[in-house]
Design a protein around this ligand. Sequence first.
Ligand code: ADP
Ligand code: MG
Length: 604
Amino acid sequence: MAVTARPDREITRAIHRLFIEATLTDKPGLILCYLTRVPALFLFNVAIPLQVAYCLQAIINKHFDQVGHYVLLIFLCAIGYAVLWSIGGVVISRNGVKGSSYIQRAVFRNYLQKDYDFYSNTYFGALGAQAVQLRSVYSEYCQIFALGGPTQAVTIVFGIGVIAWKSPILALVTLVAMGAVLSYTILFSRWRLRLRRELSEANSELAGIVGDALTHGATVKSFASDEYEERRLSKELKVWGSAQYRTWVSSIPADDGRMLLAAGATGVLLLMAAHMYQAGDISIGIVALVQLYVIRMVAATQAVADLIKQYEVVMGSAYQTMKTMLVEPTVLDPETPKRLPGGRQPITFENITYRYDDADKGTAAISRFTLTVAPGEKIGLVGYSGSGKTTLTKLLLRFMDTTEGSITIGGVDLRELKQRELREYIAYVPQEPLLFHRTVRENIAYGRPSASNKEIEQASEMAYVDEFVGQLPKGYDTLVGERGVKLSGGQRQRVAIARAILKDAPVLVLDEATSALDSRSEKFIQSALWRLMKDRTALVVAHRLSTIQRMDRIVVMDKGHIVQIGSHDELLRDKTGIYARLWAHQSGGYVGVPTKEEQPDANL
Ligand code: ADP
Ligand code: MG
């Protein structure tokens, strides 16, 4: 997988874009929220303090008869505020749920549309954690931009407005003081954002390590390697610990500085107000009013500073997920896809070469491979482990694109087709079929979700799933465990074959689909497979040559090349060929020590 590093700024922009899109999924809700919350804030921040100040002034002036009137007004404003604020709260909660679901779907879709190799190169635990985390990060983002930010902005605008109305000078000083506190916070926040990103990466790695060990809990147990796994975790915890420690500690000078600045500003404003009162420029009521607002402004400034801090956390936490989201798949649908011609079609591999990204320079998994499979033809693929058989099947399914050459079905290049159409055209049973942690029935129905129970059971019979399903505690409704671990390898393969039978596609690709079966089940499955292959084009990779003996043609591969091709009998005639040697090993029931030449690569 070629990962191009994106600049951080681009990642930040993409996070904003996605989150704003999510918020806008419910525009009326958003508008209604502002329509209720802004007047509510006006009542709370302007109307109520003003009445308090007037009431104070009335007491000072000994107009006690007016006090009740002001108290009533304050009470009414408070009720108005509570009603409006609550309506806003209900509306924004609904908006939040819609937006969060949008985010969750977006990450899910994005992660499921990655290249095939993405899934083999990434920790599942980390991916799962990232995909879920973004949703909660989004609700914090909303807190900042849709709720907290505007609330504080409105509070500040109203507050400064009222102070300026009574004393422009004091308003100016308040503004400068607030500016100083916020600039100081922002300055720190840029530095802290970098730390947050490091922390996000460390968190993700940590989730990956924990997830990986837990996913393979059974393997860990069998090797009694829990302590080893814990040491691995401890190593990563050190990286995480250092990042987490620095982020936590870094907030200390930021918070302290802010507090000091805020306290200093309050003192200066108090002194100025006292001085102005002494000079007779303002009345004591105004002094009280201004102080009331100054305290409120200090609180608002603190709140904004907290929002900035929260913003760092949000952007830091979303960073890793967005970085993954921006990894573009390289296997893409064409802009103007062609359709496959109807009926059975030939499949042509035209001089194809494929090199894995991380392979040594020059070593190709498939190298200048040319083959035409006639419609309805059944091809067996054999060769030592590592000779490129699986790679060839993956190329046919277009899990990746050929490095050179092209594969066509009925004359249409795979790259000109919609991936969906191609994959619907082929039923594929992979080398290690992994099942979903769902019921046996659901796993089989995956081949065709619209299939009826009767069809599912017919497919199960054909694949001899019914042989063991009766022994499962809940029959077809038994959960198979993560990746299907509660079934034996052979049972898993049979479920995968039933799934392929149900899919009923014109082309069948089996990658060692019978390797995990005992010879008795293999016999059964073979007859099922022959029934399945009837009238279909089939490409069958087999380790056991008995599985493919009756194929129209057998292709023997070595190091990505075709070294032999022909029917079973034809191939056996070449006594020195790989096929004859493989056959001799298997048919005599005697597997001798391979000669040096025969020894497959180390990855057998
Ligand atoms: P076979 O199915 O015949 O055993 P494969 O097609 O799985 O062989 O592998 C062919 C070669 O490609 C091997 O050398 C293998 O190590 C290499 N290979 C397979 N998958 C990958 C991968 N995802 N990344 C890098 N190399 C790979
Ligand atoms: Mg293989």
